[in-house]
Write a protein that binds this ligand. Sequence first.
Ligand code: AMP
Ligand code: MG
Length: 330
Amino acid sequence: METRILGTEREALRAAKALIEAGEVVAFHTETVYGLGADARSDGAVRKIFELKGRPADNPLIVHVHREYDIAALIDGEPPYAEALRRAFLPGPLTMVYPSSGKVSKFVSCGLNTLAIRVPSSPTAQAFLREVDLPIAAPSANRSKHVSPVTAQHVYDDFHGMIPLILDGGACTGGIESTVLDCTGEIPQILREGLVTREMIAAVAGNCGVYRMRAGERPKSPGIAYKHYSPRCATAYCRSAEEAAAVYDREKERGGAPCILCESAAAEALGGRECLDLGETGEQMARRLYALLRRAENTATLLIAVEPKGQGGVMAGVMNRMRRAFGVEE
Ligand code: AMP
Ligand code: MG
């Protein structure tokens, strides 16, 4: 199969619509990461997503809709705070989990009685979703466990020859997956941290919890239980630049090609060693993280992370992805 990379010209949107209506899978740009989309109402199309990704059958998908789409039929009511949050943050990188009305394929939510819905702000995603005018189930467009894609080339690297079309909207400006927010309880609860932060949600809803999985419990958001976002090279995780420098020098002596992933301030202290600069703010680190992980896996024998110092806000999401990419317990 030829994998075409197109923009949002008429011909591209028409091709995307025809493919989705035929039960095929189409990758598309969003402001967070690229998505791998299919008709959420079709069992066959949704199962194709799982097969292509090699995704575990208990890891549910997010349904994407355009900004005018009426989600009332997809869900079984919403609490007042959810309406306020929708107004404040959508379209944008916030996924809201509602009681499901059961109108999409049962494979979307993997047996949960809830449905996760997102309205992306990316003009490419909006053009695609408006064109098909259907709920589109879409996880990140990477092979399962691999680093999420933030360019069309990343999607191509994982799926060329396996999917017919990638809708290219350039590099993703957000860079990490959406915040997933449980909106089925008394107060909203974050299941996965992202660019819409706990502080931002609490400012609108008055309150916001963060879900922490307890040992032995079935996770509320199954995806968070998996090792994830892993670069395909050896990795090490260090708490300080000094520790990273020592690990780096040892790898160099062994004849390896190490590389250090760290925030700008730490890079300055690492004098001459090969560094990948995450930047300074939480937003910068979110935007750069996955592209740097994908770059490192093609060039380094050992990728060494230095834990960033910043905390709170977007850093909660950045730290969550870094820990999981490097296999570090919370
Ligand atoms: P991905 O799009 O690859 O980032 O994966 C979507 C993530 O959203 C999953 O890993 C889940 O953790 C979360 N998710 C999707 N649907 C639900 C749901 N109904 N309830 C809770 N979490 C969900
Ligand atoms: Mg994913």
